[in-house]
Every structure is written in structure tokens, then in C-alpha cells.
Ligand binder design. Structure first.
Ligand code: PMP
Length: 305
């Protein structure tokens, strides 16, 4: 994977190789950081780079900051502006991933959130597919449980909580699966290692509620709206039992990295008839048109660099 060209670091844009922290940095030891993940999409016909829903991403980012008592002198507007400034210096003409990170920056021993200095960094790098075959994903049900709201809140993108996601992902990968769905402590489907989940059952699009230890995904929100408005589907947020995903008609993963992917096998059982279904196919196409600026109705979600 290519390295980023530049980074916003300690208040200015510097070459990425100059954006360095000490090994004693608090966030490195205690996971006391929060991050975001945005995508920029290159539109080849228009020769333009579009950042997808940056204001929504930065609203959630600042909410994550609040959960970890990180105080940044920023608004969603100023973070969007800073990102656009960085991307103009970078000059990418391809699809990219943008990573903002807010972290406890003191080089100090001591477990806490208070009386520590908060810092912000943002960088971007070229980025393509996250899952190798997004139209035929094979998942398992992880033996790990999702972090609980009373353990580390999953609705915040807390760095430390990604040890949980990493356990889920690596064990699935080593067992030969592409990814895994993870259960809440109550045994309901929560989400994937770094993506939300939807199933199609009885003609409805169903996704776990925000109270089932999910990250409140921007892609999830996008797909819910596109499904309702463009496909006329009923979208329901309700707990999903483990065995429902063995018998549903379609199963989808959504996220900035994974975009919209179709799961065609769960634990070696075919989903539906084992190939991507019509809802997945339509949502994938719609999503791609929207994020690349080919759908005027949703142009307000794309911010041109
Ligand atoms: N869940 C988790 C745990 C994630 O890390 C992500 C990726 N940010 C998502 C869901 C999807 O969220 P979004 O659509 O905002 O990228």
C-alpha cells in the first residue's frame, strides 16, 4: 500500500515522513484516540475528485472525540476545509481514503483521559477495493463478541476498540473467510469487523438498531435512504438473530472501506441461491453512481476538491 504524501500535523500540512510521534505517546499505549475514515472518489469523465459526505463524517468524528474527552478547536466545517486544503496539496487523481485521527498526545505513563494534550492529524492515501470480491463475500460468525456500549462505546470510532475488530478479522481470515459478523453479548448480530450489515427478508431491508453496539455508519445511513427513496423498500431497524442470516434472501455489508458488498455465503451456507441478489446489485450500482458524482439528485453529498 502506498504511503500518504502529506499530513496535517501539529497545525500545518507537512510531508508525511515528518509527521512523527514519540514511542511514549499516550494513545499508542492506551488506545486513547478516535478516528474517522472517508473516501474520495475520482470521476474520470469530469476529472474531479469528490469527498463523500465529509460533514457527516466529521460530525461523527467530533462525537467520538466527546466520548473520549478529546477537545479539538474544530467544527465539521473547519475539519472539512482542512481536509480539502490537504487534498489540494496532495493532488491525487485517483480513488483515495482519508484518515483523520484525534489522539492523546502526551508522552506520559498513566491511565486516564483528563489532563492530557489533544492533537489532530489527517492524511490521505490511494485506496481501491477493501474486500477482494465484493459481490461474493464469505463470512463466518465470530466467536468474539462486539465491545459493549458499557465497555468501549462502539458508536465512537475509538482506536482501542479496534483491537476487538482486529481479533474478529484475523481469526476469520485465518479460518479462510473474508470477514465475520459479530454478536452482541445478548447474541444478536451487531456488524462486521469494520462494516455494518443488512439483510433482505420478506421483501424488507433489515439492519440492527444503533443500540446493538454498532458504529453508526455513514454508508449505512446512505444505503437506508437510497433503498427507501430509490428502490421503494421498507427499511427496518430491529435486532437480528444469528440464524436469520442463515435463511435470509440477501445479506449486505456497508462501510466506507467495503462500500456495498454482497455476502453470498455464511459459514459455508449459501445466502439465497448463493449469488448476489437484485437488491444488492441495485444498491451497489446506485451507490457507485452517487459517490462518483453521476447522480445529480445526491450531488449535495459530494464535496469537490
Ligand atoms: N462499523 C465499524 C466497526 C467500522 O469500523 C465502520 C467503518 N468506519 C463501519 C461500521 C461503517 O461505517 P461508515 O459507513 O461510516 O464507514
Amino acid at each position: 500500500m502506498a504511503l500518504p504524501k502529506n499530513a496535517y500535523f501539529q497545525g500545518k500540512i507537512v510531508p508525511y515522513s515528518d509527521a512523527k510521534v514519540g514511542v511514549g505517546t499516550h494513545a499508542l499505549h492506551y488506545g486513547t484516540a478516535v478516528f474517522g475514515g472517508l473516501r474520495g472518489y475520482w470521476n474520470e469523465e469530469q476529472k474531479k475528485l469528490f469527498v463523500f459526505r465529509p460533514m457527516d463524517h466529521y460530525r461523527r468524528f467530533l462525537q467520538s472525540c466527546r466520548l473520549l474527552c478529546i477537545d479539538l478547536p474544530h467544527t465539521p466545517e473547519s475539519l472539512t476545509q482542512l481536509t480539502l486544503d490537504l487534498l489540494r496539496v496532495d493532488g491525487y487523481q485517483e480513488d483515495i481514503y482519508i484518515r483523520p485521527l484525534a489522539y492523546k498526545a502526551d508522552e506520559q505513563i498513566g491511565v486516564r483521559l483528563h489532563d492530557l494534550k489533544d492533537e489532530l492529524t489527517v492524511f490521505a492515501l490511494p485506496f481501491g477495493l477493501y474486500l477482494k470480491n465484493p459481490t461474493a463475500v464469505h463470512v463466518t460468525i465470530s466467536s468474539w463478541r462486539r465491545v459493549d456500549d458499557n465497555t468501549i462505546p462502539a458508536r465512537g470510532k475509538v482506536a482501542g476498540a479496534y483491537a476487538n475488530s482486529s481479533l474478529i478479522k484475523t481469526d476469520a481470515h485465518r479460518a479462510g473467510f473474508d470477514d465475520a459478523l459479530v454478536l452482541t453479548n445478548e447474541g444478536h448480530i451487531s456488524e462486521g469487523s469494520a462494516m455494518n450489515v443488512f439483510m433482505v427478508r420478506d421483501g424488507m431491508l433489515i439492519t440492527p438498531p444503533v443500540t446493538d453496539n454498532i458504529l453508526e455508519g455513514i454508508t449505512r445511513r446512505t444505503v437506508m435512504e437510497l433503498a427507501r427513496v430509490e428502490l421503494g423498500l421498507t427499511v427496518v431497524e430491529r435486532p437480528i438473530d444469528r440464524t436469520e442470516v442463515y435463511i435470509c434472501d440477501e445479506l449486505l455489508l456497508t462501510g466506507t472501506a467495503v462500500q456495498v458488498a454482497a455476502v453470498t455465503k455464511v459459514d459455508h451456507r449459501p445466502v439465497g441461491n448463493g449469488v448476489m441478489g437484485p437488491v444488492g446489485e441495485k444498491l451497489r450500482q446506485l451507490f457507485d453512481d452517487v459517490v462518483r458524482g453521476r447522480n445529480a439528485k445526491y450531488a449535495h453529498w459530494n464535496v469537490e476538491v
